[in-house]
Design a binder for this molecule. Structure first.
Ligand SMILES: [Zn+2]
Length: 70
């Protein structure tokens, strides 16, 4: 039978799970980070990834981002 500490731990874990789910949803699929654009989810071209290994957005989104008014 669960005591208060167990219930509190379960509640904490549930909050962590919800937070994690939100992070994963917001970041789209983390397993594809570096492969898929974080903004639109389209695959980043191999050429762009070769040139910019840390690129996390596709050329189109990066262009929009850089042209965005400050
Ligand atoms: Zn994109």
């Amino acid at each position: 039978m669960a005591d208060d500490a167990d219930i509190a731990a379960d509640h904490e874990q549930t909050l962590l799970d919800l937070r994690l789910a939100e992070v994963l949803r917001t970041a789209r699929l983390p397993a594809r980070v570096g492969i898929a654009c974080l903004i639109c989810g389209e695959e980043i071209s191999a050429a762009r990834r070769a040139a910019l290994p840390n690129a996390c957005t596709c050329v189109d989104c990066q262009g929009r981002f850089e042209r965005r008014p400050a």
